[in-house]
Design a protein around this ligand. Structure first.
Ligand SMILES: Cc1ncc(C[n+]2csc(CCOP(=O)(O)OP(=O)(O)O)c2C)c(N)n1
Ligand code: SF4
Ligand SMILES: [Mg+2]
Length: 285
């Protein structure tokens, strides 16, 4: 049974970067003419994780850090859907860090948006893995998810946007959605999305964001070049943004699904499949 829930107004504080993410995502989906009935957005837990409530499409509010296995399951059940997992840096890089790494390794054709704000916004401003030293007593260096994604040898799409550059962000989201919908694998898009209430980094990030899309000698097709240029920029206090890497590797659906018909559309009733089950059980009797 399908229940239709009206689209709600965002719960975010005025000025939150997540408004920019929502605006760009809506624009990207509309410009690609992707129908709401063919779209599933799986939210994490956090301010960012409520984004699916503000979009006209199917939505799942997942568990903290568990949005990637949920979204992977949706894609495997019906690879014809546009599947977007969207959550925060705490959700994806702390409690969900194991799933983040294994999702990249499995390579399902879904888009993963991380709204990175260097804090746990919803729980009122504790340091997240991307927090900088000095923020709320944090002494650790920040975790860089783009570098981690680059180090996994079968990643296929890595990008970083910034809500301070909406045109670039919409373009990156469109490319990521097209990549996933062509079943070319996991499209990871980290978005610098400042938390204006607990960690207002707009000023710093405007100075630090370095647009690799504008660097004519940069090619997103070389993992080695991407790794080297991004390390260099990070060491110089910059944050690389733009289309960072695109590669080719078999996606999870291409690797594992044997039937051309999406599982979600197959008749899985016991009575229809009884002869097949009997055949399978034969050897165990
Ligand atoms: C299993 C579990 N542990 C802890 C929490 C409490 N909690 C809710 S949101 C959150 C962190 C949110 O941070 P982030 O993912 O960065 O999202 P933001 O609010 O910054 O968008 C935490 C720790 C929870 N809901 N569930
Ligand atoms: S607390 Fe921060 S992340 Fe949450 S809605 Fe407000 S500004 Fe956005
Ligand atoms: Mg956060």
């Amino acid at each position: 049974m399908t229940k239709t829930v009206p689209i709600s107004t965002p719960i975010w504080c005025p000025g939150c970067g997540d408004f920019g993410v929502l605006a760009s995502l809506k624009k990207a989906l509309a410009e690609l003419s992707i129908k709401p009935k063919d779209t599933v957005v799986v939210g994490g837990i956090g301010c960012s994780g409520s984004i699916h409530n503000n979009l006209e499409c199917y939505g799942i509010h997942s568990l903290h850090g568990r949005l990637l296995p949920t979204a992977t399951g949706v894609k495997l059940a019906n690879p014809n859907l546009t599947v977007i997992a969207a959550g925060g840096d705490g959700d994806g890089y702390a409690i969900g860090a194991g799933h983040f790494i294994h999702a990249m390794k499995k390579n399902p054709s879904i888009v993963y948006i991380v709204m990175q704000n260097g804090t746990y916004g919803l729980t009122k401003g504790q340091p997240s893995p991307t927090a900088v030293p000095g923020y709320e007593g944090n002494v650790e260096p920040p975790f860089d998810a783009v570098m981690t994604a680059l180090s996994i040898q079968n990643t296929t799409f890595i990008a970083r946007g910034f809500t301070g550059n909406q045109a670039q962000l919409t373009g990156l989201l469109k490319k990521g959605i097209e990549h996933a919908n062509a079943l070319r694998g996991f499209a990871f898009v980290e978005i610098l999305s400042p938390c204006v209430t607990y960690n207002d980094t707009y000023k710093e990030w405007r100075e630090q964001a370095y647009n690799l899309d504008a660097e004519s000698s940069y090619s997103s097709k070389s993992r080695v070049a991407a790794f080297s240029r991004c390390s260099e920029l990070l060491a110089g206090g910059k944050i690389p943004t733009g289309l960072i890497f695109t590669g080719e590797s078999k996606s999870l659906e291409t690797n594992t699904l044997t039937s051309p018909a999406p599982m979600a559309l197959q008749d899985l009733r016991l009575e229809t499949n009884l002869p097949k089950y009997e055949e399978l059980l034969k050897d165990f009797r």
